[in-house]
Design a protein around this ligand. Structure first.
Ligand SMILES: Nc1ncnc2c1ncn2[C@@H]1O[C@H](COP(=O)(O)OP(=O)(O)OP(=O)(O)O)[C@@H](O)[C@H]1O
Ligand SMILES: [Mg+2]
Length: 296
């Protein structure tokens, strides 16, 4: 008799436990607002309690991530349309002025056509950046890494960009710790990194020089692009790698930036299994540093 009562009580207890588990799973499934402390089972069901708590936390993180992604997508679309609007409106404006008579005015017609042309070039740069970003973010960026001589490579890029720097009265300098060292990377992508970083250094500096330096760093080569330009405030610094982020919207607009360059640079470096850092002081200048694997 006693054993029957005991079995009944155990059964009752177990049923209560199962009902509690069931109601918790239902609450989680329906996305009910519960706190993790509310997930409490009897001490003999400790493992199930721990698992339920983990499942609940994961669920909450997934929902938060989804919301963040949805927001990011909306922001991205908003930014893209905003950036497209400026060149398209400008082109439209010049064409309209030309059609309304300026085409016969020899003093301005050529200039207006050239201006419209320049805006189509800006559009092209923007679209290429957008294609890069979407390829990278959807995991479609194909990497073709090889070993190459980093000093020769930098010299080639410096030669290409020298005249742009000189137009602003800036000098490009190089410092190599070892002229023979080979690094592993996708040359086209790494070129894009250098062009972006050096163009920024030129864009955001009025005084030179701009120094491109390599240093030995164990199994890697440390590469930095240093300028003595306007610098970046402490508040803005963590955000410069975000897409469309510009510290001074007015200033970088007047020099033609859309805020995609560093986002692309960061993606490329991360696709190489590496990282990029920035150090900067307002009014003193900035140094961007990244690492590439070295041939041993
Ligand atoms: N060397 C630098 N010195 C000072 N500010 C910089 C430097 N590099 C980047 N920044 C700041 O970071 C922002 C983001 O840089 P990023 O290269 O992503 O965009 P951008 O130069 O404005 O446009 P683009 O898409 O043409 O590169 C810039 O707008 C600028 O405010
Ligand atoms: Mg840039």
């Amino acid at each position: 008799m006693a054993s029957t009562i005991l079995l009944y009580l155990i059964g009752l207890n177990r049923r209560k436990g199962i009902e509690k588990i069931d109601s918790l799973i239902l609450a989680i499934k329906n996305g009910k607002q519960i706190s993790v402390e509310e997930i409490k089972l009897d001490s003999n069901l400790e493992i199930i309690e721990t698992n339920l708590k983990e499942m609940f936390k994961k669920n909450q993180e997934d929902i938060a991530n989804m919301k963040r992604l949805a927001q990011a997508r909306t922001d991205f679309l908003g930014n893209v349309s905003h950036e497209l609007r400026t060149p398209i409106f400008s082109i439209q404006g010049f064409l309209e002025t030309l059609l309304n008579g300026a085409i016969d005015d020899e003093k301005v017609n050529r200039r207006f056509i050239e201006k419209a042309m320049n805006h189509t070039k800006n559009l092209d740069v923007l679209l290429n950046d957008l294609i890069d970003i979407s390829m990278i973010e959807s995991g479609q960026m194909r990497m073709l890494p090889t070993y190459f001589n980093i000093s020769e490579f930098i010299n080639g890029i410096v030669e290409e960009l020298e005249s742009i720097a000189e137009d602003k009265g800036l000098k490009l300098e190089t410092k190599f710790y070892d002229k023979e060292v080979l690094v592993f990377g996708d040359k086209d992508k790494i070129k894009q990194v250098f062009v972006n970083l050096i163009s920024n250094a030129i864009r955001y500096s009025d005084d030179g020089p701009i120094i491109i330096e390599t240093k030995d760093n164990n199994s890697k080569v440390e590469i930095s692009v240093k300028d003595f330009g306007c610098g970046i405030s402490e508040m803005a610094l963590p955000r410069v790698f975000e897409r469309f982020y510009r510290v001074d919207k007015a200033r970088s607009k007047s020099v033609g930036g859309t805020g995609l360059g560093l986002a692309i640079v960061k993606h490329i470096i991360e696709a190489h299994g590496s990282k990029i850092d920035v150090k900067s002081k307002v009014g003193k200048g900035s140094t961007f540093t990244f690492y590439l694997r070295k041939k041993q």
